[in-house]
Design a protein around this ligand. Sequence first.
Ligand code: ZN
Length: 112
Amino acid sequence: MSPSDLNKYRQILGRKHEELAAAAPPRTPASEPGSKSGDWIDQSSQESDLHVQLALKQTDSKLQRAIEEAIHRIDAGTYGICLDCENEIPAARLEAVPWTRLCVECKEKKDK
Ligand SMILES: [Zn+2]
């Protein structure tokens, strides 16, 4: 991969990483003593919201880690090489999922 390609992916990854960091700011617990609001219906919908937020957060932090790893691989000079078969990952796949570690074939094998 040419240095200008590497630079391009580094920028894409860096931007995406920033986006994720901005979307998930450290949350301070909203504590309002004495304002236990609502009946049990409100309560349960609040709980399920929390659950969804938690799930989203986990996905985000997973993605963030994948992006960080990809940036490390750019620095190490192994970016764009499949970790399993060690073939080059096609540019089209890197364009679509720049933080990928596997080529399509190996990814599909893993999914099965
Ligand atoms: Zn592969």
